[in-house]
Write a protein that binds this ligand. Sequence first.
Ligand SMILES: Cc1ncc(COP(=O)(O)O)c(C=O)c1O
Length: 448
Amino acid sequence: MQFDAMKENNWLDLMSDTARDLFLPQGIFYWSGRAGKEADINATIGTAAGWESDIIPGGKTDKWITYYIPSVREKMRQIPSDNVFPYAPILGLPGFRKAWREWIVKKTTPHFPFDADLLGSPMVVPGASPGLFYLVKMFLSPGEALVCPDKRWENYDLMFTDCLGVPIESYPFFENAKPAPENLEKKLVEVAKKQDKLVTMLNFPNNPTGYMPSRAEGEAYRDAIVNAANATGKTVVVLFDDAYDGYVFDETGAPISIFGMFVGLHPNVLPVKVDGVSKELLWYGGRTACITFAFHPDLRNRAALEKEVENKVGALVRGTVSNSVRLVQEAVSLALADPDTVFAERKVVEQVLSARCAALKQSLKSLDPKAAYPEPFNSGFFCLLNVNPAVDADALADHLLKQYRTGVIPMKDAALGINAIRVAFCSVDVSHVAALVDAIGKGIADLS
Ligand SMILES: Cc1ncc(COP(=O)(O)O)c(C=O)c1O
């Protein structure tokens, strides 16, 4: 968008410096909008969807729905009006905060045990996006860098760089089809030469690649961060973007966030977890997530420190959205009173997604790797196919829509050497996966 009408009316002169340069990237909305109209197979949508019968016993086999957790929906219907219409406290309902803390401990500690007393009380924010936004705002001033992999959720650039003035220092996520935590360590040490503290983001399962590191790879990330803290003498704040926590489809990936490995790990490593209802409990429009700090035992005055952290986060929430949606907190805390049911209901969705992920992996073997090859994937909602640089990813996405009625999201970044398409298997029925890959292969061949 060129903002010609704004220029004509001199409105850009009215804008703040930030807003003058700001624009909403149209990429994903443009392609998913087109796919909604033009595609028979639509792999652009980042929400888990499928036939109702896949997740509801007796559900319709011909009704395509956005998946949800049945017990959450059931509880939502039972909430009395007095628990729906009033405000929630700035940092969330105490009952929800307690339930979410127990949920974190229950889902994480069987795989990565930690001392639960080190966990702060989750602070409620209106989605993982604002949670991450607040944390970057809390730890970095404009001009100070955040360290992220080259393959990352594109909204980080909008949220942190465009809105907050925080540049992203990138490092290559993969080397020879394996994650490369040594690149993270190198980048942290390099950034430490320019600033006093270090902040990095770990997003596993990752958007857009769908990669979850194995336990051993998780340990390598942990060691890389500890090495950087030791080598630089600086504190490393590790933000965990755990939006897709637990959607791990085979044994190559650790079953849950590696956050647990970082709790109480090192006095100069500060782990902060962001997870929430949007993807994890399939309530995207519920706009509810949590920020949870892990406090190292060496920290002085823990109780006071936690109160002060809550005050800072409270100020960010109050100073922006004031407070978060109450209904969702009520419904989810009621459902989490029976966490085993929630786990079991989510498992059903995981199994559907897992079958799609496996089918996609299998079908992709038919592609000539010189034409396109996937980054490793085993989790989350997406996979990322690197496309031969001779075929422009935008042109490919356009051609796939026009010629094969197939929708994918092109992802390009010349500076980072990315020419790829993101395939959202979360919203493609398993029976369409082979046709999807076939179309991609043909599309690339047509344009080669
Ligand atoms: C990696 C990642 N983090 C965070 C989010 C944001 O989630 P929410 O809808 O809770 O803001 C998304 C949503 O697509 C995502 O892909």
